[in-house]
Design a binder for this molecule. Structure first.
Ligand code: AMP
Ligand code: ZN
Length: 468
């Protein structure tokens, strides 16, 4: 097993060595569930899934933990603004708990459609308040905190390497002073561990604590939950690059100050942004696309997964419908090829097929070079010296990482096709409605299918779906 990963901490590509033989402990910052995830957020989770699958394919058992931020994430990273979930609750007239539940479910629906492996541990911030309080108590006992204006702050001047991940210079640290608004802070880069005297008098989610009734800061959540499940030294921590200067910087400060052990995490891996015409896709600008919008336009979620595979995770990726159309037609022709290949029995790869196989996995193990890996896949498909059976067995193994559900494709002579599950389910619901003589419902489903780009035809052999 030789896996290379780019480590943001060292700014170099490093040979991956796990702390424990054969096991990887990995923590990924999860979604803040106040709105739908946009396809930029989902790009980050696809990258983390590729990493998970690559490690697993290489023989590691992956202990993957992801949190759900359902409290404490403010609209501004510098402890300014409002709690995102409370704000949304006020806007919609729903309770904070309903908002969090609804968008958590929507997030997992998206992950399911994208065939993202569910992390072994998914933990909600609101279920771990006590862990956070214990961690803050430890920081307090170690002399890293102060209370000001009713809030508990982490004092960055009590450690000597604050900002090492982002390589913040003294100038960067001073920069904060000019924009900082919280006069309770001794140093503008200090950050809140626990809010009591909040500017949000009507905050719905509050808990008792030694410092008064209140709620946690965002950064302490990840430090507390990761150490709860992975201990105070683990292998990999992931997220999007926007987490580097504040969120991950503060996580490191707290976790290392609490345990006294360094480094807390061995490899920091960050995914680059998905861009739209105006730059980074972001929820705050209101201009973002969700997976359901793509699906509503007739794309399969896996078209988007394929689109993400066509760019390296550390490069920015520009989204356009034209590029998504390319990904869609590439994925569909791959599915068609697999349906053809499935007419043959899978066969053990000979020398040539094995060499494609090895090149593919070498590319993925070289800091997840998915575009190169896809190029190897297509070269193998074109190669006449590799038999269909060999191609099939190698492709299915490649798909353990690609996650394009090639194993579910039916052989062409068994009517293999590429109809999304959601569309099939609708067609089945229509058949059931017809059987129950609910013709209004059956017609409504036919219209819905048409909107989604599918025609349903009743034939003597039963209903058949076709793309419009
Ligand atoms: P959030 O739900 O806002 O906490 O974000 C979830 C994840 O998406 C974080 O790891 C972010 O760094 C990441 N992220 C946010 N915007 C983008 C984007 N435009 N492209 C890729 N990842 C993003
Ligand atoms: Zn985090």
């Amino acid at each position: 097993m030789s896996i290379k990963l780019y480590n943001t901490m060292s700014r170099t590509q490093e040979e991956f060595k796990s702390i424990e033989d054969g096991k990887v402990s990995m923590y990924c910052c999860g979604p803040t569930v106040y709105n739908y995830a946009h396809i930029g957020n989902l790009r980050t989770y696809i990258f983390e899934d590729l990493l998970h699958r690559t490690l697993e394919h290489a023989g590691y058992k992956v202990d993957h933990v992801m949190n759900i931020t359902d409290v404490g994430h403010l609209t501004g990273d510098g402890d300014d603004g409002e709690d995102k979930i409370s704000k949304r609750a006020k806007e919609t007239g729903k309770s904070v708990w309903d908002i969090a539940r609804f968008y958590t479910d929507a997030f997992f629906r998206d992950e399911e459609h994208l065939n993202i492996t569910r992390p072994g541990t998914v933990c909600k911030a609101t279920d771990h308040i006590q862990d956070m309080i214990e961690l803050i108590k430890k920081l307090e006992a170690n002399g890293h905190t102060y209370v000001s204006g009713g809030n508990v702050y982490f004092s960055i001047d009590t450690i000597d390497d604050y900002g090492k991940l982002a390589r913040l210079s003294l100038d960067d640290l001073k920069e904060g002073a000019r924009i900082e608004v919280d006069s309770n802070k001794r140093n503008p880069k200090d950050f809140v561990l626990w809010f009591t005297n909040s500017k949000f008098k009507d905050q719905a989610m509050v808990w008792p604590s030694p410092w008064g009734v209140g709620y946690p800061g965002w950064h302490i959540e990840c430090s507390a939950m990761s150490s709860r499940y992975l201990g105070d030294h683990f292998d990999i921590h992931c997220g999007g690059i926007d987490a580097i200067p504040v969120h991950h910087t503060n996580e490191i400060a707290q976790s290392e100050a609490a345990s006294g052990k360094k480094p807390w995490v061995n490899y920091w891996c960050h995914g680059e942004f998905l861009l739209n015409d105006k730059g980074k896709m972001s929820k705050s600008t209101g201009e973002f696309l969700t997976l359901s919008v793509l699906e509503g336009k007739g794309y399969n979620a896996l078209d988007y997964r394929y689109f993400c595979l066509s760019g390296h995770y550390r490069s920015q990726l520009k989204f356009s419908f034209e590029a998504l159309d390319h990904a869609k037609s590439a994925r569909e022709s791959l599915v068609k090829r697999v349906a053809e290949l499935k007419k043959s029995e899978a066969a053990a790869p000979g020398e040539k097929a094995s060499s494609y196989r090895d090149q593919f996995f070498a590319a993925m193990e070289n800091d997840l070079m998915a575009p190169q890996a896809l190029a190897v896949l297509w070269s193998m498909l074109k190669d006449k010296e590799v038999s269909d059976g060999e191609k099939l067995s190698v492709l299915l193994e490649m798909d353990e990482i690609l996650g394009l559900r090639l194993d579910e494709v039916k052989a062409a002579d068994e009517g293999g096709s590429d109809i999304p599950d959601e569309i099939r389910a609708l067609a089945e619901e229509r058949t059931a409605a017809k059987k129950a003589k609910d013709f209004a419902r059956a017609d409504a489903i036919r219209a819905e299918l048409k909107d989604k780009g599918y025609l349903i035809k009743d034939t003597p052999q039963g209903p058949v779906l076709e793309r419009v």
